[in-house]
Design a protein around this ligand. Sequence first.
Ligand SMILES: Nc1ncnc2c1ncn2[C@@H]1O[C@H](COP(=O)(O)OP(=O)(O)O)[C@@H](O)[C@H]1O
Ligand SMILES: [Mg+2]
Length: 292
Amino acid sequence: MAIWNLGSINIDHVYRLDSLPRPGETLASRGYAVGLGGKGANQSVAAAQAGARTRHLGAMGMRDRWVRERLRDAGVDIAGVQRLPDHVTGHAIIMVDATGENSIIIDPAANRSLDEAQLLEDMAEMAAGDLLLIQNETSCQLAAAKAARARGARVLYSAAPFDLAAVRAVLPEVSILAMNEVEAAQLFDAMPGDLPVEGLLITKGSKGAEYRDLKTGQVHHQPAFPVTAADTTAAGDSFAGYFAAALDEGAAIPAALRLAAAAAALKVTRQGAGDAIPTRAEVEAFLADQPN
Ligand SMILES: Nc1ncnc2c1ncn2[C@@H]1O[C@H](COP(=O)(O)OP(=O)(O)O)[C@@H](O)[C@H]1O
Ligand SMILES: [Mg+2]
């Protein structure tokens, strides 16, 4: 089977500052790093490094060859990544002060300008049993989800960044809805009652994660692995990508949760987003070291 991921590709520009700039203020940076980010790219890197056949669907500008190489090096098939001549690649300006507080600007750019006809053409080989991942940082989620369901594929939707209108629109096509605790609270507030999906994946940071099987009513709990957190960026994306890859391998929910929690825990020990997601070998070695 294969994992398809319609997802954002961002270039993260991270600036270290003594303090965050106030209106009208100009500050010199203490450090600068550039890396691969975007929820979509992060999830594709995670799924591919977990070992799943992963095909990314998305869009970027005409430049930034290193981004495509980074995705390819992680094992992601990027034939479905559109190159848009009139847009730049999505990017984020991330400012971090001495206490770790941040301010972030995201320019979605190409991510929100996908050519829908091209996207649907690129999905032609999607087959029954495949899994489509979507999030809220691109355009065309609903069209892609409908096309996936029509082919017998399942849809795993990360409702992030949270957007109620987007959730309402795609929910009828979703198989598994994934959220962090904050997003889940927003959703349950806005949409009390039963959700029309087969499962809910709720991650709770250092408190772990749970999967609610809405067909049987069973709830699976997964504690977080105790680690020293250096940077929690992309924890949820590492979790989602590894969880999807485990399901794609045919793993049962408890095993998929455990693998995903280990991958996310390891990610949290490292600085960065897409570049800091661990490989399957690293995750297996980490799990082998755990007392239970
Ligand atoms: N401090 C931490 N220690 C260990 N694991 C963590 C930590 N923070 C996050 N994780 C793991 O990453 C998963 C996703 O984190 P969470 O914060 O819920 O998602 P998001 O990144 O979307 O906000 C958690 O369920 C947990 O398994
Ligand atoms: Mg979080």
